[in-house]
Design a protein around this ligand. Structure first.
Ligand code: 13P
Ligand code: ZN
Length: 269
């Protein structure tokens, strides 16, 4: 049996949480990540014997038998690199997703993130549109969060503003950014609402809270959030100044042609 701490998926998770903390996106226990793992790969490292069984509080039959590496609730991203086994866990969903067998981690008696419903329901939604999706990532980047206090929360308006802030935004997230109003976090309700929004975009803003991203690997998902956050930062730098120039819709169409992408239907003139 190979050492789990040498598993590429674990190393990548440690690097990602450390990097997200360094970006200031994950104060205290803020943020959480879930990564869908390949069973054959995991079994190179683990005996696959459940250590404990946890209740999930929801049903997700589509995920039955699926294995995820998930950050622990109340755990600090800054600490993951020093104690992966305490701050992370590997779980296998069973019984229509109503239960999760702990295969490794949460070694201080902890459990998966309180946002487990939003993560698992978002995986179901994203796998429905993209079978390659592996990651759901949540964090609290300051500029996107700040933007939800001063910008119209209409999804088209919010997306268009972000697209206009950096030339590459349309290329990186042509599907745009969906937006939820403030809702109580850690509930099945916000999980269901997030998953619904995930059907049409890989980024979902939680107003006055943070953002969710989804993608095929940790790097891509990090980059997605990073790009939107950079755009929000530029917006906050210029929002109070007279706007003299912008990226026009005509220029956006040139980007679509050059990079072979298509902006969300109806979002460009
Ligand atoms: P957890 O510590 O339960 O992951 O919660 C952090 C968070 O960001 C809640 O939205
Ligand atoms: Zn949060």
């Amino acid at each position: 049996m190979k050492d789990i701490l040498s598993a590429p998926f674990l190393i990548e998770m440690v690097r990602t949480t450390t990097n997200m903390y360094a970006h200031g996106w994950d104060e205290r226990n803020g943020g959480n990540i879930s990564l869908l793992l390949d069973e054959a790969e995991v079994s190179e490292y683990l005996a696959m014997q459940p250590l404990r069984t946890l209740e999930t509080g929801f049903t997700a039959p589509e995920l039955d038998g699926k294995i995820f590496l998930v950050t622990g609730t109340g755990k600090y991203f800054k600490n993951v690199q020093y104690a992966p086994e305490v701050n992370l866990g590997i779980v296998r969903l069973i019984e229509n997703g109503t239960k999760a067998e702990l295969l490794w981690g949460y070694s201080d008696g902890g459990k998966f993130t309180s946002e487990f419903p939003a993560h698992m329901m978002s995986h179901v939604a994203r796998l429905g549109v993209d079978p390659e999706n592996r990651v759901v990532m949540h964090c609290h980047p300051a500029n996107l969060l700040a933007m939800t206090y001063v910008h119209d929360l209409d999804e088209k308006a919010f997306t268009r503003t972000l697209w206009q802030m950096c030339t590459e935004c349309l290329v990186v997230f042509p599907d745009g950014v969906n937006v939820l109003p403030w809702m109580l976090c850690g509930t099945n309700e916000i999980g269901e609402a997030t998953a619904k929004k995930m059907e049409t975009a890989r980024l979902v803003v939680w107003s006055q809270h943070g953002i969710y991203g989804a993608g095929k690997d940790l790097d891509e998902t990090f980059g997605l959030i990073e790009t939107a956050e950079k755009a929000a930062e530029i917006y906050l730098k210029i929002a109070h100044l007279p706007l003299v120039n912008t990226i026009t819709d005509e220029q956006m169409h040139l980007l679509e042609q050059r990079f072979g992408v298509k902006g969300r239907e109806g979002y460009l003139a």
